[in-house]
Design a protein around this ligand. Structure first.
Ligand SMILES: *[C@@H]1O[C@H](CO)[C@@H](O)[C@H](O)[C@H]1NC(C)=O
Ligand SMILES: *[C@@H]1O[C@H](CO)[C@@H](O)[C@H](O)[C@H]1NC(C)=O
Length: 309
């Protein structure tokens, strides 16, 4: 989970972050929740995703050669990070705190107006310079989390009365079209002991054949986020020991494609290093939280299973 301070800053950053070179989008209509960055296993400098002019963009840093002669060296370094990445050209002063929180420091700009951005602000740089231990801050367009889910025609909603939900208290919906699913809010009492075996399928333990809810479209997310004003645990999770800031790490525990993650900006953020590995609804927005924190404080899980024909 994040602090209010970080959230407030990000709302500002989206307005003026990148140059307008990023229109048109390569993936028209791609939303932030459906988008991811092109990470490579060998690249330890992770990407942060944010939306600019309704286009999801990826920001990340990359190390520079020890001797920096021209702005073209910055562009070359960004292309090593990703073939379509370019140096970020300008970032307004008011956005620095956000980059600082995510430790994305480095050179920005182009020859003639090149800056070194660090945690204290901007310093003008004139080339050539010795650039050992320096980074360039790069930007590129995001792409679909799951290519086969991008721009899929919406399947028609079936006749729901032909399906049933086994057991009591389930609500049947087909929020993303296609096969209907059954949803039920389960209360898991904080007084019952925490065990790691509950980490992956809290629902299956008490409601057979169900899993903590996976999300695949905006209508399903809206439904799930508004089931109660209390926090709800979702099935979008980080398997143990995987890195929270890699898009590839996060999975749906029901095994469905991880094609939709409606994080509220700038989540996930592994707040204060608390091993936050769970998607939860908190105040009707989607955040990451640690299992232990969730279990200590909150008691709801939204369970989901397919409707039976
Ligand atoms: C970069 O800009 C400086 C002055 O701002 C100029 O002297 C130099 O030739 C430029 N280098 C390139 C590669 O354009
Ligand atoms: C849905 O299925 C029920 C039960 O077979 C049927 O009575 C009803 O007419 C169907 N509705 C539609 C819109 O097809």
């Amino acid at each position: 989970m994040t602090s209010v301070r970080i959230t407030a800053l990000l709302i500002l950053v989206i307005v003026g972050l990148a140059s307008s070179d990023y229109v048109p989008s390569k993936y028209p209509g791609l939303t932030l929740a459906q988008a991811r960055c092109p990470e490579e296993p060998w690249d330890p400098y992770w990407w942060f995703i944010a939306e600019h002019d309704k286009i999801p963009l990826c920001f990340g840093r990359y190390p520079l050669p020890s001797k920096l002669n021209s702005a073209e060296d910055l562009a070359t370094a960004c292309r090593k990070k990703h073939k379509d990445a370019e140096p970020v050209e300008a970032i307004a002063d008011k956005y620095y705190a956000w980059f600082r929180d995510f430790e994305i420091f480095g050179l920005i700009g182009k020859n003639g107006s090149l800056y070194y951005m660090n945690e204290y602000g901007n310093t003008r740089v004139t080339l050539p310079i010795e650039a050992s231990n320096y980074y360039v801050v790069c930007v590129t367009q995001a792409y679909p989390r799951v290519l086969s889910s991008y721009n899929l025609p919406i399947e028609p909603t079936p006749n729901l009365s032909l399906y049933t939900c086994e057991g009591n208290g389930w609500e049947m919906l087909a929020p993303c079209g296609g096969t209907p699913f059954c949803y039920k809010l389960a209360a898991l009492y904080a007084s019952s002991p925490y065990t790691e075996s509950k980490e992956f399928n809290l629902c299956g333990v008490i409601l057979p054949n169900s899993f903590p809810v996976s999300l695949h479209c905006e209508a399903e997310a809206n439904y799930a986020l508004w089931q109660t004003k209390y926090p709800i645990h979702f099935g979008y999770q980080l398997p143990r020991l995987s890195l929270w800031n890699k898009f590839d790490s996060w999975h749906n525990v029901d095994g469905t494609p991880a094609d939709y993650a409606p994080w509220t900006d700038p989540e996930p953020n592994n707040y204060e290093g608390h091993h936050e590995s769970f998607g939860i609804s908190d105040d009707h927005v989607f955040r990451d939280i640690s299992l232990y924190e969730w279990y200590k404080n909150f008691v709801y899980t939204l369970c989901k299973k397919p409707g039976v024909y």
